[in-house]
Design a protein around this ligand. Structure first.
Ligand SMILES: [Zn+2]
Ligand SMILES: [Zn+2]
Length: 586
């Protein structure tokens, strides 16, 4: 694309901060599209006083970048007023199917730069300290959180998309968890998505707001509020028909990026609903009880470059992928959905006494891993970037494996026969002794794989906050194995790694700090105990010692598990409280 030098005021905020040449395309510049970052044509607000910007409820339903302040728009500049928008979908953007009408934002009339100029003066002023915050929080949301839960429009379009203020509040709340200077608590307190009063909108934006808020609440350690919010999100989604195939086209206003965003929202709900069901020990989850006709999401790079296809593949095509004549490439998001569907099967066989049923589900778990195409063999792609969707797919599969096998394993024998924890008797009850060991091996291997995921070199805060729960599950099994095997070094190294990650994650999310305290307590006891040859190490906790069961010849003190009885944290307690997801066997 011809890109003559421009006066700097035309560069977007992001390019200007990085001192890079900006092509000033609208609604988003090429660099921001490629990077998936919010693109914004306001002057840099760092240290900038007196800027004017739109406040709550003033986002115009059409393109009104937030804060396209008059002073920054050199209205006489011919490049700005020329219709540069179509170039957005042209050769400068990779992966785009750019020629169809109404294909992306670029060809949407509402995005015309001329129209944009109709609105530049209607802003109210507000304290500039808030202004600085909002831009930063949106940037933090997109650069840290978005890739783990990519349901909103790509960052480059965030400011031109007519999202309602209540949704933007949730974005700012999540962004604030990656900020050292903004208080999350006051932002959280200002959000009310319960459906009363001003927030009773019944539309997809409300579903998105509730879903993202539920994830944030969970990560903040507000377990019950998170579960309620997720329930509200799923109920509303089903009520307005988001699970139906034609919802996206009917509500996307001919905009392919918005259609893709709506499909992603449904599938994200499905995956998150599954996560929450597993954590809260429910044998099924609501979004899995309705038919999902929604077509599958595309690859993340294609979404970020706004090159969404008008006709994505269906779930039926995915299910037939191994038998089909023509080979369709499915996205990593599609494989993540498949992982959540398998998790649903694991939850549904909870409590069954039949090894055959367990075997069928176990085959599905193995099938997911072996069925990945060659190019998705590694969660780190050829550009050395972690494929977060694939990462989460693996995480779900390994957690599901532990949920399936741990309660049937002889690892349970390391648990003391105290109340509230799956006891040794129940372990024997669940499975014949002959297969218990096999279940232990599978659960232990899965926990090893979780530790391997933890070892992937990536800024850990870019993973979903649900990774905390995967890490805890991995740590529990590793510590059980450690306890049973008198503390091998490998187990110790993995637990050390997991504790390190939980520590890093606790800077962003309270839940990580909560479970970290418990895991550390347990680990120090197990690892200390297993260093010594005497079985009667722990003099302080005689009750637990008395109830401990030793495995084979190994001198193991398992009193550490009884400490988990005292854990008040709902999530952590839930993870340990496996028997309640197996109600049939109690
Ligand atoms: Zn730019
Ligand atoms: Zn930009």
């Amino acid at each position: 694309m011809d890109n003559p030098a421009r006066p700097s005021p035309l560069a977007c905020t992001s390019c200007r901060q990085k001192h890079l040449k900006c092509d000033a395309s609208v609604p988003a510049c090429t660099r921001c599209i490629t990077a998936g970052l919010p693109c914004n044509y306001t002057p840099s607000r760092r240290g900038y006083r007196g800027a004017k910007r739109p406040r709550e409820n003033e986002y115009h339903p059409v393109y009104i970048g937030h804060g396209t302040s008059v002073t920054t728009l050199p209205t006489q500049n011919p490049t700005w007023t020329s219709p540069t928008a179509p170039s957005l979908t042209g050769s400068s953007v990779q992966g785009g199917s750019s020629n169809g009408p109404g294909n992306t934002y670029g060809s949407t009339p509402a995005m015309s730069p001329n129209q944009q100029q109709l609105y530049p003066t209607s802003f109210h002023s507000s304290p500039s300290s808030e202004l600085v915050d909002e831009d930063e929080l949106v940037n933090l949301f997109y650069s840290n959180f978005f890739s783990a839960h990519p349901i909103l429009v790509p960052g480059s379009l965030y400011y031109v998309h007519p999202y309602p203020e209540y949704l933007r509040q949730v974005v700012r709340l999540i962004g604030s968890h990656y900020s050292s200077s903004v208080s999350s608590d006051s932002l959280r307190a200002s959000i009310d998505l319960t459906g009363h009063g001003s927030t009773e909108q019944k539309d997809s934006s409300m579903v998105q707001a509730r879903l993202l808020f539920a994830i944030a609440l969970h990560a903040r350690g507000e377990a019950m509020e998170a579960a309620d919010m997720m329930h509200a999100a799923v109920s509303l989604a089903i009520e307005i028909g988001m699970n139906l195939r034609n919802f996206a086209t009917a509500h996307g206003q001919g905009n392919l990026v918005q259609e893709e965003s709506l499909r992603r929202t449904w599938w994200e709900l499905y995956v998150m609903d599954g996560y929450m069901a597993a954590l809260h020990k429910r044998p099924s989850f609501k979004s899995n009880t309705v038919h999902s006709g929604v077509l599958l999401p595309c690859e993340e790079v294609i979404y970020a470059s706004l090159g969404c296809l008008p006709q994505p593949p269906s779930l039926e095509q995915f299910d037939m992928r191994l038998f089909a004549d023509e080979e369709i490439q499915f996205s990593s998001f599609a494989y993540r959905i498949e992982a959540a569907r398998i998790l649903a099967k694991v939850l549904s066989v909870a409590g069954t006494q039949y090894e055959d049923q367990v075997q069928v589900v176990d085959n599905a778990l193995a099938g997911w891993i072996h069925g990945l195409p060659q190019i998705k063999a590694d969660v780190v792609n050829s550009y050395n970037v972690v494929d977060e969707m694939l990462f989460q797919g693996h995480m779900i599969i390994q957690c599901a494996t532990i949920y399936l096998h741990l309660p049937r394993s002889d690892l349970l024998n390391t648990l003391p026969v105290t109340a509230n924890i799956v006891c040794a008797e129940r372990g024997r009850h669940m499975s014949p002794a002959s297969t218990q060991h096999m279940h232990s091996v599978k659960a232990t291997n899965a926990s090893k794989e979780l530790a391997n995921l933890a070892a992937v070199r990536v800024p850990v805060q870019k993973h979903t906050p649900f990774f905390v729960c995967g890490l805890v599950l991995g740590a529990i099994v590793q510590l059980s194995a450690c306890s049973a095997n008198a503390g091998s070094e490998q187990h110790r190294d993995r637990v050390t790694l997991i504790i390190g990650l939980l520590k890093s994650l606790s800077r962003n999310w309270a839940i990580s700090g909560q479970v970290l305290i418990q895991v550390k307590k347990v680990a120090s006891e197990v690892l200390q105990t297993s260093n010594l040859s005497s079985p009667s190490v722990n003099q302080q906790d005689n009750t637990a010692y008395d109830s401990g069961i030793s495995i084979g010849n190994s001198p193991s003190n398992t009193s550490w598990l009884s400490m988990l009885n005292m854990v008040e944290n709902q999530e952590f307690y839930g993870l340990m409280h496996l028997e309640s997801i197996y109600p049939g066997s109690v």
